[in-house]
Design a protein around this ligand. Structure first.
Ligand SMILES: Cc1cc2nc3c(=O)[nH]c(=O)nc-3n(C[C@H](O)[C@H](O)[C@H](O)COP(=O)(O)OP(=O)(O)OC[C@H]3O[C@@H](n4cnc5c(N)ncnc54)[C@H](O)[C@@H]3O)c2cc1C
Ligand code: SF4
Length: 444
């Protein structure tokens, strides 16, 4: 069941083990990866009480301001109202609750200190959701973060015209308020070894995301920037691209984010080369329309074949027109080409947005080096536990590319699983104990 607000006692109860699809009923809540209490939120907003709406949302999600802006809202696709006229804008309501309710924050009640110490590696949505719920459970939490800022991809890479950084900072700040320590500029594997962390803490969560850019295997690609690095750099330093001709290779959300960011950094020309045709793009129609509005040229139905370079300077990208393509089970591309269909686009900056890979190099030379992996190289988990006792994993480093809401739900589940492991209580019962303790009773 979703969180229940009691007007009599002014408390919220969560009956949810932090996993997907547990005992929820309404189609929208069922579609939400977080199981957000959508009806409770709607009622609180309708009654003019956004602070109460925020209160019920935060019972299961420390980042409603983030999901209320960037979640692709699968909940709205299941909204019953669409049978009459159109779906409710549930994501906008979530955003409204996060913004309008923030003035009247109701504090969470924290369980007494357990004496257990948990290390979380990575401060993205999965790591910080685990930190938030683990802190509420009374554990002592330290988060290790390689970047100078906390918040993972939402803070480092999602462009700020979609997600203002102060929204992420505010929600991260509320996690710090619970006593969570975040050590930024601390890359595990470089500044501190994983073995040292494992020896100093009672449990450790890997939540390092999926941050390594996958590069196309074409001549000259070494002169291209991986899109995640470009976006991270753009967010942190805002280096101007004034007058530059930018070409982006790829057709997903990260490619479009890169194109819109390049425009905002002053690029004179921005174009995108992708395999898909306009009808089968992997982004919402609104983004294609935005690309047209912002004069981003879409070269659809093409496969880049080389980055032309002379004297260390990029000059152009060449591509072949494809008539059809598919990917096999191993992810390898099979394409048929249009005879004579050649394209050459002038460029002085090339950004490669052809996918992401998990980077688990922090495990090298550690006792956890032989941790079991999935065929795609992620950490294999069962109830968040890896094959190494005491080492857990959540978010994209365990499940591959996903969404902020999914990563938060996985981090939340990991907090329950770690709690169960530390206290010796079976996972489902740990949640009962948590609820029975009155943890999710929010007081004004
Ligand atoms: C450009 C871009 C745009 C996106 N847009 C959306 C969107 O609009 N909506 C949506 O729902 N999802 C979006 N996503 C996906 C979403 O951001 C991810 O699903 C989510 O952030 C995954 O969370 P995570 O906690 O698993 O990993 P991350 O957010 O990647 O966080 C991992 C953290 O671990 C840190 N780290 C890595 N290695 C180490 C180490 N060795 N030591 C210490 N720290 C380390 C990283 O610096 C990072 O802060 C987007 C992704 C990208 C790349
Ligand atoms: S997190 Fe996403 S799916 Fe869930 S209520 Fe918010 S917008 Fe909808």
């Amino acid at each position: 069941m979703p969180p229940v607000f009691s007007k009599e006692t002014n408390e919220v109860y969560v009956r949810n083990d932090g996993r997907f699809g547990q005992g929820r009923t309404s189609p929208c809540e069922n579609k939400c990866p977080l199981g957000n209490p959508i009806q409770k939120m709607e009622r609180a907003i309708a009654e003019g009480d956004p602070a109460r709406a925020l209160y019920v949302l935060r019972a299961g999600n420390p980042f409603p301001g983030v999901t209320g802006r960037v979640c692709p809202h699968p909940c709205e696709g299941a909204c019953n109202r669409a049978q009459y006229d159109e779906a409710l804008s549930l994501r906008s309501l979530e955003r409204y609750a996060a913004d309008a309710g923030a003035a009247d924050v109701r504090r969470l009640k924290v369980l007494p200190a357990s004496g257990k110490k948990i290390a979380v590696i990575g401060s993205g949505p999965a790591g910080l959701a685990c930190a938030y719920f683990s802190a509420l459970l009374g554990h002592d939490i330290t988060v290790f973060e390689a970047s100078p800022v906390a918040g993972g991809v939402p803070r480092q890479s999602i462009p700020d015209f979609r997600l203002p950084k102060d929204v992420v900072d505010h929600e991260v700040g509320m996690i710090l308020d619970l006593g969570v320590r975040i050590l930024t500029n601390t890359e595990v594997g470089r500044d501190i070894s994983l073995d040292e962390i494992i020896s100093r803490y009672d449990a450790c969560l890997l939540a390092v995301g999926n941050r390594k850019g996958r590069m196309l295997n074409i001549p000259g690609i070494e002169y291209a920037l991986p899109a995640v690095s470009f976006l991270r750099e753009a967010n942190l330093s805002r280096k101007s691209l004034e007058g530059r001709k930018v070409v982006i290779l790829g057709g997903g959300g990260v490619a479009f984010d890169s194109a819109f960011t390049a425009r905002r950094l002053g690029a004179a020309e921005t174009s995108l080369i992708c395999l898909e045709d306009r009808e089968h793009m992997r982004v919402p129609r609104a983004e294609i329309e935005q690309a047209d509005d912002e004069s981003v040229t879409l070269h659809t139905g093409h496969l880049a074949t080389s980055v032309e370079v002379e004297n260390g300077r990029v000059y152009a990208v060449t591509a072949d027109a494809v008539s059809s393509f598919s990917f096999d089970e191993s992810g390898a591309l099979h394409a048929d080409f249009v005879p004579g269909g050649k394209l050459r686009v002038e460029a002085d900056v090339v950004i490669c947005a052809s996918g992401l890979m998990v980077d688990l190099s922090l495990l090298d030379d550690s006792a956890a080096e032989k941790v079991e992996r999935t065929p795609r190289g992620c950490v294999k988990t069962s109830f968040s536990a890896s094959s190494i006792p005491g080492l857990f994993a959540a978010g994209e480093c365990a499940s591959g590319p996903s969404l902020v809401s999914t990563a938060v739900a996985e981090g939340r589940a990991a907090a329950f699983d770690i709690h169960a492991w530390l206290t010796g209580v079976e996972a489902g019962r740990a949640v009962d104990a948590w609820l029975g303790s009155g943890l999710i009773k929010y007081k004004r």
